[in-house]
Design a protein around this ligand. Structure first.
Ligand code: CA
Length: 625
């Protein structure tokens, strides 16, 4: 029923005065919806997320290396921020398929990129359309197969105005042809290449601005009736380029390597090391360009918020800011997404609705994009999608509680590449074909470097996450199960991947210091060497004397296992100084060691456990004499 029919129906059974009153009531209570959706958005690049994090987590590229996002932050201040919202699958198409349909990707026809949504699926937009909303979609869609750019696809999935829906492509300039239809500027016929100079692009034709301007036109057109508009900005996805002045705004910033980049590949989970290219440095101009794209997005969010305010629509318009997945931006030696690490799989999710959501609310409950349709429709008082896999958790958002901390477990999947994951507001369990299960404690180890799965203290939570993961994999037809893929459910007697938690710093006096390193290798092979920490290359000056002091605690060292500290110089020449010691469970100790380096600048220190055991390095200090 559209709004006109609604009014007519009322008129048939009531007097004119009653109609006027009811129509007004309907108008004032039916909330509008504006979704601002970005592509590949690292949540650490938003001020409101940095505020939720420790300094260490907020500034992984160095102190003060940040982009300010006052407009996006305003949505969090005046509404709710979700701290555990995940892509159903951290890639474009499947995550978006879940976001619109409320189904796990395999049920949508779109479990991997460029596969089209099944015909006839209901979406939150088709529900709102039948509720009388003016529905529109502007920007990147990626659910209509491999069409590129593919403007205005015939299948609309409830977005009645989809003129500016663009299937896919990350071109930087958009415009109109002589018939007023959107075009990619400079597109070379029969190719996907555009001859378009970003450095000469303008607020009229740069893609982020262009799409926002089209949304403003639609809002102006539809403001007299309930509307639901989704703006899908293709940035800050690669290529990392942006129009002036954003292209030079962050030239002064130097991005340091995130500490998780310094971990040796052999200490990473198998699903983490599988990348075309593991990176060991950052390209400064690309990082600066990413920040520039985010800043441009924020300013465009500001344009939209200003319009709502100027038109008196702030209070009754629900504004959502989110993305399809994240971008690791160098963390864990990777760029982009596709893995369950936080900045790949977790998405920003902010929702402002002054009429119903208390300002400054923090929702820590875990959700995936599968939950979006049911919850948004629930909030709007519209019927849900009957076949949805998602949860209507509208009550969590409308409750007066300033903080929601439900330990609900959700399931996320790679859809295609052989890992699955269960996550809640504190723990994350990942299983794959060729490694033992990895259990992260996101509170103790937000860098996601330590595998707690084999730590006896975590046996209960590990089993709980595993049971729930298996249940959801079966319930939602995990594609891996359908293919008979043998995910490993339990740890066998295999070598543990070594892990490093703390950070070493080099002081002004040349001393190297660090704390909080930990290794859990309870199921390791008797003779395996497992690292807890290693110093960066070239930490030691040639021909110098050093003293190492190491305070440690043992938590379950096997009878034949040892802790060790090993200085190595030129490995081929056998330059090595090692000390090993044993410690019963619960004991702690302090070791000292002297090192005299020679001409070789490559001296390095590795500390770890040989064989099964759990070692905590409470403090390490290496002083130069
Ligand atoms: Ca994407």
């Amino acid at each position: 029923m559209n709004r006109r029919n609604f009014a007519t129906t009322l008129m048939a059974g009531a007097g004119i005065a009653a109609v006027a009153k009811n129509t007004l009531a309907a108008k004032s209570t039916k909330p509008n919806l504006l979704i601002i959706h970005t592509d590949e958005h690292n949540f650490r690049t938003l001020g409101c997320y940095r505020e939720q994090l420790s300094e260490d987590q907020a500034f992984v590229w160095g102190q003060g290396v940040k982009v300010d996002t006052p407009h996006i932050d305003r949505l969090a201040k005046e509404g709710a921020i979700c701290t555990s919202y995940y892509a159903s699958s951290p890639v474009c198409t499947p995550s978006r398929a879940s976001f619109v349909t409320g189904l796990y990707p395999v049920a949508t026809g779109s479990p991997v990129n460029d596969m089209p949504l099944h015909d006839g699926l209901q979406t939150f937009a088709s529900v709102l359309e039948s509720e009388g909303y003016a529905t529109s979609y502007v920007g990147k869609w990626h659910l209509d197969g491999d069409a590129k750019p593919g403007f205005g696809p015939a299948r609309k999935f409830g977005f009645s105005d989809n003129r500016y829906m663009m299937n896919r492509g990350h071109w930087k300039g958009l415009g109109h042809d002589e018939n007023g239809k959107p075009v990619v500027l400079g597109l070379v016929p029969n190719t996907h290449n555009a001859k378009f100079s970003v450095s000469k692009s303008t607020p009229e034709n740069f893609t982020t601005d262009y799409l926002t301007s089209r949304v403003l036109e639609i809002l102006e057109r539809d403001k007299g009736q309930p509307f639901a508009v989704m703006l899908s900005i293709p940035d800050p996805h690669t290529p990392n380029s942006v129009r002036p002045p954003y292209d030079t705004l962050f030239k002064h910033l130097h991005f340091e390597n995130p500490r998780t980049m310094e971990v040796p590949p052999e200490s990473m989970p198998a699903w983490g090391r599988k990348a075309k290219e593991l990176v060991d440095s950052l390209e400064q101009h690309k990082m600066q360009g990413y920040f520039g794209m985010v800043k441009c997005i924020d300013d465009n969010v500001g344009r939209l918020l200003l319009w709502l305010e100027a038109n008196g629509l702030n209070k009754n318009t629900i504004v959502v800011f989110t993305s399809d997945h994240g971008d690791l931006m160098g963390e864990h030696k990777r760029h982009n997404k596709g893995v369950p690490y936080a900045t790949s799989a977790q998405i920003p999710f902010l929702i402002r609705w002054p009429a119903a959501i208390a300002p400054g609310k923090v929702v820590n409950t875990a959700y995936t994009t599968v939950d979006f349709p049911q919850t948004i429709l629930g909030l709007m008082g519209a019927p849900g999608i009957p076949s949805s896999h998602g949860k209507n958790d509208a009550a969590a958002f409308t409750s007066p509680a300033p903080r929601i901390d439900d330990d609900r477990i959700v399931y996320i999947t790679s859809s295609a590449s052989g890992w699955v994951c269960a996550v809640n507001n504190r723990y994350k369990l990942v299983i794959c074909e060729d490694d033992i299960p990895w259990l992260f404690d996101l509170e103790k180890d937000p860098d996601e470097l330590v595998n707690f799965y084999t730590n006896p203290e975590y046996a209960g939570i590990g089993a709980k996450m595993m049971d729930e993961l298996k249940r959801q994999m079966a319930a939602y037809n995990e594609p891996g199960l359908a293919k008979g893929m043998a995910y490993r459910y339990s740890a066998g007697p295999v070598q543990e991947a070594p892990s490093q938690t703390g950070k070493l710093t080099v002081g002004n006096d040349g001393a190297i210091e660090g704390a909080g390193f930990e290794i859990s290798a309870m199921n390791a092979q008797p003779n395996s060497w497992n690292r807890a920490l290693q110093t960066p290359k070239n930490s030691f000056k040639p021909n110098s004397r050093y003293t190492l002091t190491l305070d440690w605690t043992s938590k379950g060292l096997g009878a034949n296992s040892e802790f060790y500290a090993n200085f190595t110089g030129d490995k081929k020449a056998g330059e090595k100084m090692m000390k090993a010691w044993k410690g019963a469970d619960g004991t702690s100790g302090s070791e000292t060691m002297e090192l005299k380096t020679n001409d070789n600048p490559k001296w390095q220190l590795v500390v770890g456990v040989r064989g099964p055991g759990h070692l905590v390095v409470d403090r390490i200090r290496i002083e130069k004499e």
